[in-house]
Design a protein around this ligand. Structure first.
Ligand SMILES: *[C@@H]1O[C@H](CO)[C@@H](O)[C@H](O)[C@H]1NC(C)=O
Ligand SMILES: *[C@@H]1O[C@H](CO)[C@@H](O)[C@H](O)[C@H]1NC(C)=O
Ligand SMILES: *[C@@H]1O[C@H](CO)[C@@H](O)[C@H](O)[C@H]1NC(C)=O
Length: 365
């Protein structure tokens, strides 16, 4: 049961991957909604994008209810998940584990039912993706039940006042807690670390909010300045979570100072090494060593690094030695044609030359 709930919380079960451009998803009541115009598509080598399972039956009853109560939110959830997948792949592009995604049943594969650092990152980035996307969709007016955050009003400082449309991070956080966390069940370390990492993702979005301002007044004199709160870019969120991945805390369930009646609580997560600081709410936590991700294993769901491109002159993780796990690599050359020396002709036309170069590629055995 625990594994099922983890998969659900990652909304992975209700997603199918298709490889064409006409993205269609279905909502039982509203019929077919075409979202082909979505600008947020994954464009990896196969032009993979997401489609929701027509039945939504793999969501919990509570999750379906939340979707009914918030018309427009399903699209925000899907595009939040897409951003999360894309960001995860980008952040890990040079590592042995490069955030591979698969066809159903679970886009991120078996790694989500483990308790290692990579699991922690997946939970945090998908939770952050949903909160980020929902908060932005509110301020863009595409969810019926929320708007811009207008609660900040009046003067904010000596020379500016609140105004304009703030991204609705509160709605995004509250919705994320209800929707993403609701399917976590259990009373074990896995349950607590998943909840903690979900919250770490949301907190990261929240704490990177920035103030943006605009000047008004005669010819930009800035006699009146209005300011609002803006979400960070999702790349900023990804960068922060990747840093937290590198410094993640290995935890155990500690019972210190609690009585038997006390509930399972993320505050009971303690560092495995008593000399370490307790994890802060924005730190990622894990409880299990990662596999080495070198070879294919159907059991653990790792695909291995055979066929990956490596950098023969890098001593780091993307170098052939480490990425290929000492198995060696083969080298081949490829002709690459790119547009180059583009010139702009008045008006309005750009012409380019085709430059062909030879690229040397190293591929892990
Ligand atoms: C390969 O690694 C070297 C050394 O780290 C670096 O300077 C170079 O830009 C890398 N090449 C590519 C194609 O990433
Ligand atoms: C492109 O422009 C650069 C300098 O502007 C020149 O050196 C080079 O030969 C040009 N390439 C081609 C293919 O014409
Ligand atoms: C460059 O390549 C494209 C596609 O192969 C071709 O249509 C175009 O005419 C080429 N341009 C030049 C300047 O050769």
């Amino acid at each position: 049961p625990t594994m099922v709930s983890i998969e659900l919380s990652h909304s992975a079960l209700f997603i199918l991957i298709v490889s064409n451009y006409s993205c269609v998803f279905y909502i039982p009541v509203m019929g077919i909604v075409n979202v082909a115009s979505s600008t947020n598509l994954l464009t990896d080598s196969k032009n993979v994008q997401l489609v929701l399972d027509p039945s939504l039956q793999l969501l919990s009853r509570k999750q379906r209810k939340l979707i009914r109560q918030n018309p427009g939110i399903l699209h925000a959830i899907t595009s939040g998940l897409q951003s999360a997948m894309k960001e995860c792949k980008w952040q890990f592009r040079n590592r042995r584990w490069n955030c591979p995604t698969t066809q159903s049943p679970n886009v991120f594969g078996k790694i989500v039912s483990r308790g290692c650092r990579e699991t922690a990152f997946i939970f945090a980035i998908t939770s952050a993706g949903i909160t980020h996307s929902v908060a932005r969709s509110c301020s863009e007016g595409s969810i019926e039940s929320c708007t811009c955050d207008y609660r900040r009003r009046g003067p904010g400082g000596p020379d500016w006042h609140w105004g304009g449309c703030s991204d609705n991070i509160d709605f995004g956080q509250v919705f994320g807690r209800e929707f993403v966390d609701s399917s976590e069940r259990g009373r074990d370390l896995r349950y607590l670390t998943n909840l903690h990492n979900n919250e770490a993702g949301r907190m990261t979005v929240f704490s990177e909010m920035r103030q943006e301002c605009k000047c008004h007044g005669m010819s930009g004199s800035c006699t009146i300045k209005t300011c609002w709160m803006r979400l960070p870019t999702f790349r900023t969120v990804g960068d922060f979570l990747k840093d937290r991945f590198d410094g993640a805390s290995r935890v155990i369930y500690g019972n210190k100072g609690s009585n038997r009646a006390s509930r399972m609580d993320v505050r009971h997560l303690e560092p495995e090494n008593p000399a370490h600081k307790p994890p802060s709410p924005r730190d990622l936590v894990y409880f299990e060593k990662s596999p080495n991700f070198c070879t294919y294993s159907g059991k653990t769901g790792t695909v291995g690094t055979t066929g990956r491109y490596c950098n023969s002159s890098s001593p780091a993780l993307d170098g052939c030695e480490l990425l290929c796990c000492g198995r060696g690599y083969r080298t081949r050359t490829e002709q690459v044609t790119e547009r180059c020396n583009c010139t702009f002709h008045w008006c309005c036309h750009v012409s380019c030359l085709n430059c062909t170069s030879t690229q040397v590629l190293h591929e892990c055995l």
